[in-house]
Design a protein around this ligand. Structure first.
Ligand SMILES: O=P(O)(O)OC[C@H]1O[C@](O)(CO)[C@@H](O)[C@@H]1O
Length: 430
């Protein structure tokens, strides 16, 4: 994996940063790296996340899921970091096992999925670090009833990934469900390289050891200089550009297999860095599709965006047949991959020509190793950005207000937040 910073320099985009700025920032990167390493060595909350390439035991994960044999489908019931990491892996990789995620409480979507499944050959993986998340527990109760209605012994098809306490742990203990622990000191959005993200991948037959090897490769590149670490290079320039008004970061992979990765990145970046009035808003985009959509805004809208362009340099390809159709001859004999690469490079150049900064991230392949590299690098980039911005990247207090309001509205307790919902100002136009 490599990160190319060329198009964030002020020699290539008007709103870029100078090499001298990066050199000065590198001194702060060294101090931040030192802090990060101390946190990792002490197993401090959050910093522990960057130890997962070595602390995660892939054998234990495989043993836990081996009892389920060869399921036709795996349904992961979880939300946020308890679903997005696993989904990033299984959506990016091919498998004979269908992987689904119930990470929302849209009744039509839940019913549509459950109606489509052969529940007798489906494994249900209920994931919640806290074990108390309303959406996850509500969905689990619905799935459990659907399995019972289908005559399936739900306890025989379910395993749980959760903390040492909470409703889910109590349920697992009560029904003697197979379970996996969640790692201590690792917030959900940083947990893909643990039981939380790897169990579903293991059930789908993916090489979770290769994911951890890729992550370890990027871990080995962490250093006291941004010029020696792709992860720190990306985190440092994202921070530097945000400091200079690039308050949005469009994650734009040129690979359909990385579309879910952008969703995972959005939670990681937003929930870690959106604090004290600071942060960089992650936008989800897909190349080449969004060249016919959002690129107009990126290139000619407010000068407030970094565009992160991601691609694999090796991939399967599809030839474009020769044609005598007027005007299309240039496509014939080429390939879809050639066209995708041309569009990637053209988009990058079009942004630079408009003075808009972009970073290029290139993987060798979108395979288990490459995904491990990318995921770990983004996590380390995020941790570094948090250090440079002096925000605590490992807590998310702002999400709790809404949880209390929703719980109060459902009669789950007396919460003043629920009262505030009732007091909503109204100006209705029909
Ligand atoms: O794994 P849990 O505890 O169910 O939490 C799910 C998600 O909800 C959050 O805690 C935010 O509410 C995320 O940080 C987390 O990934």
């Amino acid at each position: 994996m490599q990160v190319d910073l060329g198009n964030v320099l002020d020699t290539s985009s008007a709103h870029g940063v100078s090499r001298a700025t990066l050199d000065r920032l590198d001194d702060r990167v060294a101090a931040a790296h030192d802090r990060i390493e101390r946190g990792r060595e002490a197993g401090e909350h959050g910093y522990e996340s960057l130890n997962l390439p070595h602390s995660t035991d892939p054998v234990a994960i495989r043993d836990a899921v081996s009892r389920f044999g060869d399921p036709s489908a795996v349904v992961t019931v979880g939300i946020g970091g308890s679903a997005l990491g696993a989904a990033t892996l299984t959506d990016a990789l091919e498998s004979d096992v269908d992987a689904y995620y119930l990470d929302n409480v849209d009744p039509e979507a839940v019913e549509r999925l459950l109606d489509s499944l052969d529940l007798a050959s489906t494994v249900v993986n209920v994931v919640s670090r806290s074990g108390t998340t309303a959406e996850t527990l509500a969905n689990f109760l619905v799935v459990r009833e659907a399995m019972a209605d289908a005559g399936v012994d739900w306890a025989d098809r379910t395993f749980v990934t959760t903390g040492e306490e909470g409703n889910l742990r109590d349920l697992a203990d009560k029904h003697d469900l197979p379970s996996l622990p969640v790692p201590d000191g690792v917030p959900g959005r940083f947990s893909v390289l643990s039981t939380v993200g790897l169990a579903a991948a293991a059930l789908c037959g993916h090489d979770i050891e290769a994911v951890l090897k890729g992550a370890a490769a990027q871990e080995a590149r962490l250093s006291d200089s941004l010029f020696d670490s792709p992860a720190y290079a990306y985190g440092a320039v994202s921070y530097a550009l945000a400091e200079r008004g690039m308050h949005q970061n469009a994650m734009m992979p040129y690979a359909e297999s990385l579309e879910t990765f952008s969703e995972w990145f959005a939670q990681l970046w937003a929930e870690s860095l959106g604090k004290d009035g600071l942060g960089q808003t992650p936008l989800r985009a897909l190349g080449a599709t969004d060249q016919h959509s959002q690129l107009q805004l990126y290139r000619a809208g407010p000068r407030d965006k970094l565009v992160t362009l991601v691609r694999a340099t090796e991939r399967e390809d599809v030839a474009i047949p020769e044609t005598d159709l007027d005007g299309l001859a240039y496509l014939g004999g080429s390939s879809l991959g050639d066209l995708l690469d041309a569009e990637f490079e053209a988009t990058e150049a079009s942004l630079a020509a408009a003075g808009r900064p972009s970073v290029r991230i290139e993987l060798d392949r979108v395979d288990e190793y490459g995904l491990g590299e990318l995921l770990y690098a983004m996590e380390a980039a995020c941790v570094l950005y948090g250090e440079l911005a002096s925000v605590d990247a490992f807590v998310q207090p702002a999400v709790e207000w809404g949880k209390r309001a929703a719980r109060g509205l459902l009669g789950g307790g007396d919460f003043e937040e629920a009262d505030a919902v009732a007091d909503k100002e109204r100006l209705v136009v029909e």
